[in-house]
Design a protein around this ligand. Structure first.
Ligand code: NDP
Length: 289
C-alpha cells in the first residue's frame, strides 16, 4: 500500500483523504480539530497525534487548509520542519503566485521537495472525471506524485517548473468566472424588469457556452500576438452595446454599477484611440494600470 498524509480536514481536505482511502492508499491525517477525522478513521485512515508525526508517516504530505497563512503556522513548527526534510509537500490550499514561490523557497531550504496545486472542483466532485487540478513545480517531484494526484481528479494538468503557474492559472480562471458572474447577475436584473425567466436564460447560456469558449480562444490568440488591427468585433462596436446596457438601466431604474464599470474601461480605450481595433485591445488599457 502507498502511504500518503493529508493535513487539513475541512470540506476539501476531508474529501481528498476520503478519495485516497477509497483508492487503497494508507492515509495518515491530522487536523486542528481531531473530531473531523472520525468518519475517515472508521474507513481506515490513521489519525496522527501531531502535524509532525503525520508528516513523518508518509513520503508525501498533501496540505489543504484555509489559506497559506494557516499552512505556514502549522509547517513552521521545528518538529514539522525536521520531519519534512527529504519528503514531498504538495500544497492544495488556494493561494497567490507569490505565496507559491515563497513556500517553494522555504521548502527547498529544508531539503524537501514541493509542488503547488490549485483545485477547480467542489469537495463532492473530488475523484471524479470532471474535477480539475492545476499543478506546478519541480518536474521530478511531479513525476513522483502524478499517479497520486490523478486519483484526486480526472483532469490534472502540469504547468511546468515555474511554481507560480498553477496559482496564476487558477486566479486567471477565477477572474474569468467572477467577471461572468457579475454579468450574469446584472442580466438577471434586466430579465426581472421585463418579467422574463432567469432560469431559462441560465439554460440558454449553458447551450451557447461552447460558442463563447471559441470567442475567448480567439481573443486569447489576438492578445498573445498583439494582433488587434483586423477586428471581428471592434471596440467601438462593443461600446455601443455597453451604452445600451446603461440606457436600459436608466430606463428601468435598476442598479447600473456593472455597465458603469464596463463603460469606464471602454471609454479609456476609445480615448486612447483603439476604437477601430479588436475588442481585446482593451487589455492595452489594463496594461497601463
Ligand atoms: P474549510 O473551511 O472547510 O476548512 C478549513 C481547514 O483549515 C480546516 O481543516 C480547519 O481546521 C483549518 N484551519 C483554519 N484555520 C486554522 C488555524 N488557525 N489553525 C489550524 N487549522 C486551521 O475549507 P475547505 O476545506 O473548503 O478549503 C480548504 C482549501 O481548499 C482552501 O484553500 C480552499 O480555497 C480550497 N478549495 C476549496 C474548495 C471548496 O469548494 N471547498 C474548492 C477549491 C479549492 P479545523 O477543522 O480545526 O477548523
Amino acid at each position: 500500500m502507498h502511504k500518503v498524509t493529508v493535513i487539513g480536514l475541512g470540506a476539501m481536505g476531508a474529501a481528498i483523504a476520503a478519495v485516497l482511502v477509497e483508492q487503497n492508499y494508507q492515509v495518515t491525517v491530522w487536523n486542528r480539530t481531531p473530531s473531523r477525522a472520525d468518519s475517515l478513521i472508521r474507513r481506515g485512515a490513521v489519525l496522527a497525534s501531531s502535524a509532525a508525526s503525520a508528516v513523518a508517516a508518509s513520503p508525501i504530505t498533501i496540505i489543504c487548509l484555509a489559506d497559506y497563512g494557516v499552512s505556514t503556522s502549522i509547517l513552521n513548527q521545528e518538529s514539522v520542519k525536521s520531519a519534512l526534510a527529504g519528503r514531498v509537500l504538495i500544497q492544495l490550499s488556494t493561494g497567490s503566485p507569490q505565496q507559491a514561490r515563497d513556500l517553494e523557497a522555504w521548502t527547498t531550504r529544508l531539503g524537501a521537495a514541493y509542488l503547488d496545486g490549485a483545485i477547480v472542483a467542489s469537495p463532492p466532485q473530488m475523484g471524479s472525471a470532471g474535477a480539475t487540478i492545476f499543478v506546478s513545480g519541480s518536474m521530478s517531484t511531479w513525476r513522483q506524485s502524478e499517479s497520486l494526484l490523478q486519483k484526486l481528479a480526472g483532469n490534472v494538468s502540469y504547468h511546468g517548473e515555474q511554481v507560480s503557474a498553477a496559482a496564476s492559472t487558477d486566479l486567471a480562471f477565477l477572474a474569468y468566472l467572477f467577471g461572468s458572474y457579475l454579468g450574469f447577475f446584472h442580466a438577471a436584473r434586466i430579465l426581472e424588469t421585463d418579467e422574463l425567466s432567469v432560469e431559462a436564460f441560465g439554460a440558454m447560456i449553458a447551450q451557447v457556452s461552447p460558442v463563447i469558449g471559441e470567442v475567448m480562444k480567439y481573443q486569447g490568440t489576438v492578445i498573445q500576438n498583439n494582433a488587434y488591427s483586423q477586428p471581428l468585433s471592434s471596440l467601438q462596436m462593443s461600446m455601443t452595446s455597453i451604452e445600451l446596457l446603461t440606457l436600459q438601466a436608466r430606463e428601468s431604474g435598476i442598479n447600473n454599477e456593472f455597465p458603469r464599470f464596463a463603460e469606464n474601461l471602454f471609454h479609456k480605450a476609445l480615448h486612447a484611440g483603439y476604437g477601430s481595433e479588436e475588442v481585446a485591445a482593451l487589455v492595452k488599457v489594463l496594461r497601463q494600470e
